[in-house]
Design a protein around this ligand. Structure first.
Ligand code: SAH
Length: 257
């Protein structure tokens, strides 16, 4: 990459981080959904080791921490998110057992069979669901759990507009039974799947973005990257509103065997 491109990229990267860092969540989800997913997991003790991969600023991690007693490591590629994560952990007085570290989900530094639980909300798509669940399997103890949320189709057929949008954005999007099959093949017993309710997209994700977008556009008036970022987010929100009966986020919970 040329230096010029590199600096453009770094600027985009900073802007994207800034856009999301003021929000509690960087993807669809809610405290209620995190607690529901956790209700299927029954192997945890004070000694448990948990990883939250693609943790962002830690909205869901702090919920997870308040409902478990082991140690949680949050991992995210963006240092700015991890800085906020660690401030959040301190504010909640969880710093002794909740650490944020910068790292990439395709190059994790856990030991084989070290973890009791792998958590990942709205993030595994960065390397792809199938690759993620396969590569992370070795880090779990036998009997350990994985809980990830992932964009999925609800129906076998859907309108062309939304089909095209997702095939371009994330070609691995699939129906729920397809994802469950991949889990089984990767060495997990499928324990549960459930669809995230609509408010995870609206109240907890798109609505907080709307006011942040106004401020962001004012601050970066005339900046093409900022305008495009907001335009894309608004387009996504409109598509969700139009086609929400055909797709959404689904939690997949599996147990390593
Ligand atoms: N789990 C959070 C954030 C979801 S957004 C929530 O539900 O709110 C997806 C997150 O994945 C972002 O924080 C992004 O920085 C992170 N990410 C993207 N690529 C990554 C990678 N290769 N390794 C680790 N994290 C990554």
């Amino acid at each position: 990459m040329s230096d010029e491109n590199k600096s453009i990229h770094e600027f985009d990267f900073k802007l994207i981080c800034e856009y999301y860092s003021g929000m509690e969540r960087q993807g669809p989800g809610s405290p209620g959904v995190t607690i529901k997913a956790l209700s299927f997991i029954d192997n945890l003790t004070d000694e448990s080791k948990i990883a939250d991969i693609g943790c962002g600023t830690g909205g869901q991690t702090m919920v997870l921490a308040k409902h478990t007693s082991g140690h949680i490591t949050g991992i995210d590629l963006f240092a700015d998110f991890i800085d906020i994560f660690n401030v959040n952990s301190q504010k909640s007085n969880l710093q002794d057992r909740v650490d944020g570290v910068v790292g990439s989900m395709d190059n994790l530094s856990f030991q084989n069979e070290e973890l009791d639980l792998i958590w990942s909300e709205g993030a595994i798509y960065n390397i792809g669901f199938e690759r993620g669940i396969n590569e992370w399997h070795k880090f779990l103890k036998t009997g350990g759990f994985i809980a990830v949320s992932e964009a999925s189709w609800f129906t076998e057929k859907r309108p062309i507009e939304i089909d095209r949008f997702w095939k371009d954005a994330y070609p691995e999007i699939d129906i729920i039974s397809g994802k469950v099959k991949q889990m089984q093949k990767a060495g997990y017993i499928p324990i549960a799947t459930f669809v995230l309710p609509e408010n995870c997209w609206t109240e907890h994700f798109y609505t907080p973005q709307a006011s942040a977008q106004e401020k962001f556009l004012k601050k970066y008036a005339g900046n093409k990257t900022a305008e495009e970022l907001v335009r894309n987010q608004r387009h996504e929100a409109e598509l969700y509103n139009k086609y929400k009966e055909f797709y959404g986020y689904v939690f997949y919970i599996g147990k390593k065997f």
